[in-house]
Design a protein around this ligand. Structure first.
Ligand SMILES: [Zn+2]
Length: 88
């Protein structure tokens, strides 16, 4: 038989305190877009290339997509995901 006692533990978690647009650097409140870019090419740069952008507007989404496409011209496995998020 195993006996147990109750102990108290403390867990630390990260919670968002502010969100800024990665393109225009404006503080975001309310709804915004999260763009995740990556590719599935061979090699280590697929890890380095993975990046998440928080974006405030369609203009900033377009700018981020332009940057993504221009920086990955030689890849045939480019991927991106666009999700709508909301600040706390
Ligand atoms: Zn922006």
């Amino acid at each position: 038989m195993t006996e147990y006692k109750t102990i108290e533990t403390v867990t630390k978690i990260n919670i968002p305190i502010s969100t800024k647009c990665d393109i225009c650097k404006k503080e975001i409140t309310g709804k915004y877009w999260r763009l995740t870019r990556y590719h599935n090419d061979w090699g280590n740069d697929s890890t380095d290339f993975y990046k998440v952008f928080d974006l405030c507007s369609r203009e900033c989404i377009n700018k981020a997509l332009d940057d993504y496409i221009n920086s990955c011209k030689e890849s045939f496995t480019q991927r991106f995901e666009l999700e709508q998020e909301e600040t706390e």
